[in-house]
Design a protein around this ligand. Structure first.
Ligand SMILES: Cc1ccc(Nc2c(-c3ccc(O)cc3)nc3c(C)cccn23)cc1
Length: 109
């Protein structure tokens, strides 16, 4: 009960990160990375715990998180995985940093 308000806030932030407003740089993070579709067979050598914003949104809607901190950890895992696989200077790495900047401005602890 006591965490419901903060989980509603987390849902609202994830909805915004996934919105058309940021469609030019959020699309690599909306669904699970498909190493076959993207032709990146080494993906699971770099990323041991895949995570994406669509999965976070589903988990929020299914009340799979008890606290907003747990949702925040999954959201930050999306960016951590992005930087682990997409080196500095690559387009997708820069897209991750742009979306992370939006997240950091919206997420108030
Ligand atoms: C050969 C190769 C190299 C880089 C990539 N990165 C990448 C990723 C990605 C996102 C998050 C993540 O944690 C890892 C990868 N998403 C994409 C998309 C949507 C299009 C093109 C490249 N993309 C894909 C294939």
């Amino acid at each position: 009960k006591k965490h419901q308000g903060e989980l509603k806030f987390a849902q609202q932030v994830v909805k915004e990160l996934m919105s058309k407003k940021y469609s030019s740089f959020n699309y690599p993070f909306l669904e699970p990375v498909d190493p076959v579709a993207l032709n990146c067979p080494t993906y699971f050598d770099y990323v041991k715990e895949p995570m994406d914003l669509g999965t976070v949104s589903r988990k929020l809607n299914n009340w799979e998180y008890e606290t907003a901190d747990q949702a925040e950890a999954d959201i930050r895992l999306v960016f951590k995985n992005c930087y682990a696989f997409n080196p500095d200077g690559t387009i997708v790495n820069m897209m991750g940093h742009r979306l992370e900047d939006v997240f950091n401005t919206r997420w108030v602890d």
